[in-house]
Write a protein that binds this ligand. Structure first.
Ligand SMILES: [Zn+2]
Length: 341
């Protein structure tokens, strides 16, 4: 039977876990969905909320996507389903505040208004500060009856042990390039050529690909971010410190920036080791990637890749932004002749 689950692309395992929990009436009270940015965590959580409250008589037909409950949830207007997303401060820092958690908790004390369950989805729970996380712990320890809590985060291990251990963890992975390409052409009507390019650049993030298809500014931003990388590679020590200082002033941009740079160095490594496979992400920069890969040994490419991954890891754990970037840029090779177009 066709359900809204069929619209979830590339996460069959996670869908099976959540769907069978409902089918066999073994629903947990708290879930933690983990996976990279824009890979579909919140979509999965919302679909689960629909399945929990769908009014279709047949449990295997849930979520039907057409009943009052499914429609209201999809529109973000169901009285019993709340989606909380981090606030972004004027300095660009994402946070979930303790007041937000307290307000949510007051609402959860009330019985469902019209649904089977009250569902609270908290996106990017990693943005909750210590106070907010601790306040939320009380709800996780003793959730009111009829309450289902769904948290999402990039990784389980950035959360407090006490939070993680009370949730059923559902990990989702980047979506393979062919699955993104297929979804873009069949569901979003994007031409084969554009779909192919976007599917590669998406690096496993269907959400990014769909957004980029309708917002060309995302692609322009990506070019700027790769130009920044080129400037740093061409720069001396002093110039690199200046770049670190400038970028540290825009902490909100760093997760996306570092993810892109990780994909860049992974491509360089693939080419440096002679792998010409379909696995390349930044296919529109093949010339520059190949030039860089030719100049570096696989070991040098690997050092740059690992240093970039490590920098992202440290920033997610609130290390000093400027120091992390300075250390990173000193580990990158010099490459003055690589001019990105
Ligand atoms: Zn329904």
């Amino acid at each position: 039977m066709a359900t809204e689950w069929d619209n979830i692309i590339g996460h069959d395992w996670a869908v099976d876990v959540l769907r069978s929990a409902i089918e066999y009436d073994r629903i947990g009270q708290a879930y933690l969905i983990t996976g990279p940015e824009q890979v579909g965590k919140t979509t999965l959580a919302v679909t689960f909320a629909q399945a929990l409250n769908c009014q279709s008589a047949e449990s295997t037909a849930r979520p039907c996507g057409t009943c009052r409950s499914c429609t209201l949830i999809a529109a973000g207007r169901h009285p019993d389903v709340q989606l909380i997303e981090p606030e972004i401060s004027s300095r660009g820092k994402a946070s979930i505040k303790i007041e937000t958690i307290r307000e949510l908790q007051r609402g959860l004390q009330l019985a469902p208004y019209e649904g089977r369950y009250k569902v609270a989805i908290i996106s990017n729970f990693d943005a909750a500060n210590q106070n907010a996380a601790n306040a939320f712990l009380k709800t996780l320890e003793e959730p009111p009856e009829h309450v289902i809590l769904i948290l999402t985060a990039t990784e389980a291990d950035v959360l407090l042990d006490t939070i993680r251990s009370r949730c059923r963890v559902v990990g989702i992975r980047p979506i393979p390039t062919p699955a993104i390409r297929h979804a873009l052409t069949t569901r979003w009507g994007i031409t084969a050529d554009d779909a192919d390019k976007l599917a590669h650049l998406a690096d496993g993030r269907l959400g990014w690909a769909v957004t980029a298809a309708t917002h060309p500014d995302l692609l322009v931003m990506r070019q700027t971010q790769l130009a920044t990388l080129q400037e740093i590679l061409a720069g001396n020590r002093v110039a690199r410190f200046q770049s670190a200082d400038q970028l540290a002033g825009k902490p909100e941009s760093l997760p996306v920036l570092l993810q892109l740079w990780i994909s860049w160095w992974r491509d360089v490594l693939l080419l440096a080791t002679g792998d010409q496979s379909d696995a390349l992400t930044n296919i529109d920069y093949l010339g520059q990637l190949a030039t860089l890969a030719h100049r570096l040994t696989p070991d040098e490419a690997l050092i740059a890749l690992n240093a970039t991954k490590n920098a992202l890891w440290q920033l997610e754990r609130n290390a000093n932004t400027r120091l992390v970037l300075e250390n990173l840029f000193l580990k990158w090779p010099n490459a003055t002749e690589i001019v990105l177009g």
